[in-house]
Design a protein around this ligand. Sequence first.
Ligand code: PMP
Length: 439
Amino acid sequence: MSPARLRGDELPEIRTSEVPGPKSLAAAKRLRRVEGSAIRGLDEHGVVWSRARGAVVEDLDGNRFLDLTAGFGVASLGHAAPEVRRAVAGQAGRLVQGLGDLMPHRERERLVRALSKVGGRQNRVLLASTGSEAVELALKTAALATGRRRVVAFTGAYHGDSYGALEVTHHPVPPAPLRAQLGGWASHVPYGDLAGLDRSLAEGDPPAAVIVEPIQGRGGTVLPPDDFLGRLCALARARGAVVIYDEVMTGAGRTGPFWAWERSGPDAEPDLLCAGKGIGGGVAVAALLGRPKLMDAWRAHVPASGEAPHASTFYAHPLACAGALATLKRLTAAGFREEVERKGRSLSGGLSSLARRHPGAVEVRSIGLMAGIELVRASRDPAPDRLRSIWHALLRRGVLTIPSGVHGNVLQLLPPLTITDEQLMHGIAAIDSALEGQS
Ligand code: PMP
């Protein structure tokens, strides 16, 4: 039986002879019978989570996994971080649902002010519940502020799955009937290609915006050239286009500084910033932060009475606001960034030395606690099979990672920022041994 308490700093422990174990398999089977088939993964992976603390996830069979995914980067302070738990539980006793956009509540006021503080010059805030919704808000803001339609995005980009976000997403490509319903107002230039960007900005209708991930996440942890963002800003602004950074994955201290763009210096400062995932520490919250002049573009479109042009039932959900407030406090506390950077250096050092020993790891790309291990050169087949087999080998060793990359060839790591040194080293050693078994 599993112990009563999970601390969160444990190392993984697999108790069943197969992973997934029998209870997970049975629950996954029951779920599969009634869940819509858009959601994939269960057939193959079937590990059903039961609880999680820190960097440890326990499944229904009592297997303990080291979580190098942080639930897609959301559990920035680890799963069920004490301050997030306390804040959400306290809030649940006071106010669980408000009146969305129609009436504010205390935590909405506090969270918006806290986000405004971390935004720098992007200090006007609109809340959202998901990263995709924050992207929608950014695209709408740019359209309202410029009166223009066209948006330039990049190959390999992932911005979410709602229709506006899908329009600027490049990978994965949605099925044809869904593509047919998109608006056709976005074009994609190769990520990192400034000459291509300049050409695209110049041709056709004047552009409303350029949207970019400072580091591509789901596309395969792709780092652009150092001067990319600064030069992108200059090119976009020369054409009157709004610069939108999608920091849903890279923000909230994931790469060290609160925003990943900060590494590129003041010339790289955006106009609009999308945040999500890690800012909530586990609760479903996201936000658009922007320069006041741009964000004020909504004013002209908000009628004095009647329906607002942007509203949402769960706008500023009180539980989410409370959790995010507690998370932001810790993420911005003195010394937190330095700790992430220190662990980031060990991660990057560990992965690079592993890559030198294994010809099967062709490249390691790592910054702060965001890392990708390219397992096969993109052009070589069959990359997805190799990724799947290493992903499974790690699962059997009790380590959770994210399969990613435009070519299905990158193993992604997004551990909780609070992962212990011992857990981090254990994770690297497990990857080492999984690669050993494959080479
Ligand atoms: N933008 C980026 C860069 C992301 O990585 C994601 C999620 N992986 C999103 C947007 C969409 O966020 P959500 O899934 O919360 O809608």
